[in-house]
Design a protein around this ligand. Structure first.
Ligand SMILES: CNc1ncnc2c1ncn2[C@@H]1O[C@H](COP(=O)(O)O)[C@@H](O)[C@H]1O
Ligand SMILES: [Zn+2]
Length: 373
């Protein structure tokens, strides 16, 4: 097969570990929801339309926009709908494993609790009908028939995507609310919840507020990923490194000493190129810390963060790396495959993903490539 680099980045199997549900909504859906609320007089559609379609966004603008998104997606049916669409969109670009994160939300006016919000998300996963969705832990989902037989021997023609969920703590939340999220995550382990995320506006909230909940999660054996260093806050960055989570997102504003610690601790990094450029955390892809970490063979994984908000896709993030840093097709496939090591799902799922990548290597014509470790 002779594919161009863009087609190659689309065709290879990919693993997405850092995507926020509400940041992944299709523009067309946002516009439709805004129109509906405009007609009801809840918002002024013309004002909102302009904001949704805008391309460049500063970091503070992103969080204003999320507040708007949350007005648009505030009932259970809409949460179910956006979940279904987001899964379909990732599957369409050959994402084979998606760790989707979202902040469980309470909304008394809509009769919504954190638990019912998550039930609406699960309903969304269940309602996907264009691809096979495997989302319950592998002991329950009967998923481990050979990955190869499903894709090459024609037994199952449909695409399959594995979904796991991370529950996010928003930095605006209290310790008590954060604790509630951890307890919900524990309760939902059998429904594909595999870990915890700390996110939200990085200039809001104190590390000490979330620490008890994060410690509680750690005690329960729930893996944790933390948005770290989106703004230069030395004390917090150091405390986050001390906490030693399983993964970190962004890590943009680190000082030399903190880079050294991150590297010596080997904490895997979720790299979000377009997000960091759009929000002006880095001047351009060329100057992104990806290249330093990649050269240092630091564990990392390419992610989108908010593909809807930043008008990107995981394939596009791979393509940006290939063209900016001159990586070849083999390098890109290897980079994609390395992500298996950092998923929060169990070994059964990891084995399945390994088979998917071995099969892709055969199918896409890289038989003669050196063995990918
Ligand atoms: C741009 N970089 C970022 N930095 C920090 N937090 C971010 C983020 N992008 C998204 N979120 C977090 O994810 C929420 C939206 O998805 P959910 O409602 O949870 O599905 C945002 O409200 C914010 O808390
Ligand atoms: Zn994020």
């Amino acid at each position: 097969m002779d594919l161009g680099m863009r087609e190659w980045c689309h065709a290879i199997p990919k693993i997405e570990l850092h995507a926020h549900l509400n940041g992944s909504i299709r523009d067309s859906t946002l516009l439709e929801l805004a129109k509906g609320l405009g007609e009801k007089g809840v918002i002024v559609f013309e004002d909102v339309k302009h904001v949704i379609m805008k391309n460049g966004r500063s970091l503070p603008e992103c969080f204003q926009l999320f507040d708007l998104y949350h007005i648009l997606t505030t009932d259970h049916e809409t949460v179910t709908r956006i979940t279904k669409e987001v899964v379909e969109d990732f599957a369409a670009e050959n994402v084979v494993y998606l760790e989707l994160r979202t902040t469980p939300k309470k909304n008394e006016a809509k009769g919504m609790t954190k638990r019912s919000y998550m039930k609406a998300v699960i309903d969304g996963l269940r309602s996907v009908d264009t691809v096979d969705v495997a989302f319950i832990n592998s002991s329950r989902e009967n998923c481990l028939e050979s990955a190869v037989s499903s894709s090459t021997h024609g037994k199952i023609e449909r695409k399959r995507i594995f979904i796991r969920l991370l529950l996010s703590i928003d930095r605006r939340e209290t310790t008590e609310a954060a604790m509630e999220t951890i307890d919900l995550a524990r309760e939902m382990k059998d429904f594909g919840v595999v870990g915890i995320d700390l996110s939200g506006n990085p200039v809001i909230g104190q590390w000490e507020t979330f620490l008890p909940a994060l410690k509680h999660a750690k005690d329960l054996g729930l893996p944790i990923t933390i948005h770290c260093g989106e703004v230069p806050n030395r004390k917090e960055i150091q405390a986050m490194l001390d906490f030693f989570p399983q993964r970190m997102g962004h890590v943009c504003c680190l000082e030399d000493e903190e880079w050294r610690r991150l590297k010596s601790l080997k904490i895997p990094v979720e790299i979000c190129l377009t997000s960091n450029v759009r929000t002006e955390r880095v001047p351009s892809v060329e100057f992104h810390h990806f290249v330093d970490l990649y050269k240092a063979q630091h564990p990392l994984v390419l992610c989108t963060d908010d593909p809807g908000l930043f008008s990107t896709s995981l394939s596009n993030e791979y393509y940006l790396v290939a063209v900016t840093f001159g990586l070849n097709k083999g390098d890109m496939l290897q980079l994609a495959r390395k992500a298996i090591e950092h998923v929060f799902a169990d070994n059964g799922v990891k084995q399945y993903l390994t088979e998917i990548f071995e099969d892709a290597q055969r199918r896409l014509g890289l038989q003669n490539m050196h063995h990918i470790p």
